[in-house]
Design a binder for this molecule. Sequence first.
Ligand code: HEM
Length: 501
Amino acid sequence: MVLWSLVLGLLLVVIVGYLFLPGLLRQRRPQEPPLDKGTVPWLGHALAFRKNMFEFLKRMQAKHGEVFTVLLGGQYFHFVMDPFSFGPILKDSRRKLDFVQYAQELVLKVFGYSPMQGDNNMVHSASTKYLMGDGLEELNEVMLDSLSLVMLRPKGQSLDAGCWYEDGLFHFCYNILFKAGYLSLFGYTKDKEQDLLQAEDLFTQFRKYDLLFPRFVYSLLGPREWLEVGRLQSFFHKMLSVKHTQEKDGLSNWVAYMLQSLREQGVTPAMQDKFNFMMLWASQGNTGPTSFWALLFLLKHPEAMRAVKEEATQVLGKVRLEAEQPFPFKLSALQHTPVLDSVMEETLRLRAAPTLIRAVCKDYILKMASGKEYLFRQGDMVALFPYLSVHMDPEIHPEPTAFKYNRFLNPNGSRKVDFYKAGKKIHHYTMPWGSGVSICPGRFLALSEMKLFILLMVTYFDLELVDPGTPVPPVDPQRWGFGTTQPSHDVHFRYRLQPAQ
Ligand code: HEM
């Protein structure tokens, strides 16, 4: 008995020592950035970071400046806040910083998907082929049909033109973009009404997963929530199984190409199901929330709404909706909307807040734009949070928290790309899509579908906030760092389809 207690005691000391000692013992070495381990062994600043990453990093930046190292749950992260010094990290020709390793661990945990070597290149080449150029034009056609189906509803349950409907704007936008995006990428069956019902069910479950997502990533779920996450994962693996998708018409070339590549590499069907879940997440988790913020900003800024509507009339001409027909819409118009482009860029600047992470594979020296050099230790992580260091920098974007619909327009109406900090032109003046090897490969499709949705909403519908005085809700603080943020609560609005003339 005494012996067992001794052994157990010893084991405990070893475990605690293993977990906490590296944190307690680590000291800042010459050339390393300021080190802030917080007060809690091993956890470091994890609690403050997870509670509100934006506010935490703001404090750290004020305390330590352009580069600092923080301990977060046993892992050291070097945050680089100077946008002029991002280049070497994003390009890293010396292969000392790695995006894939971190991403692989994350997708295994979150989607159950165990990535193959070369997946990242495969996804990017599928996207270059099918989410850009001619491939994108084809997909835009499909997206227009899907949006028409979802927004106008199938025969028998069509919206009553002239009749007002009420909904939460966030729910409305997310629901429509999700269903149209899912059907366009994962295909239809012969029964469109059934497809819509299935897409609705998928959305309901997707939102449950979405709400648990930030705390799941940070391993903060309670036992019941863990069970729920497991149930939801199984649900998605089943609903998106390759067995089902193969039976569908019009599976997008994008998904078909990627599944074909996985099959050729001998990836099992069960693993392909998980891959589909990951792609559903990547393709549908941000477009709905971004469209919500864009429409809300337009509803709160009548001068911006007027400018977007005027532009829509110019590029689309006089449009007429006919009963039981898809929205008439010239897709080429999407190429000629500088005002709406500026609205989208401004919305993404204000509300898209991804974290870019790279693992340090070998000791790495970052040469800052100032000429100063910092050493990052092998095994640590390098992180960029451009929302704070770029999007909210008042030097780059004066009055950074204000929505200015024409911030990205030159006086002559063309797209503005010249932004400066300390008198120097800045290359990365917004980074909603990430950058470098991990840049979002769906960004062109994302912009097309969101713009299409907004143009349909402002052209064919009357829209108003139920309470015009309602303020723009704050960002849910748990969502910083995960792509487009979400509001802490929904905003009620009403809409009606304008009667066919
Ligand atoms: C507003 C909408 C969107 C935003 C703000 C967004 C943003 C991002 C960001 C920040 C990343 C990760 C960058 C990083 O880790 O460094 C990413 C990755 C990705 N996105 Fe998007 N995205 C959007 C829409 C889409 C759409 C519509 C698709 C596909 C149809 C898509 C497909 C992907 C994929 C596959 C990845 C992973 C790429 C990789 O592994 O390298 N995204 N996105």
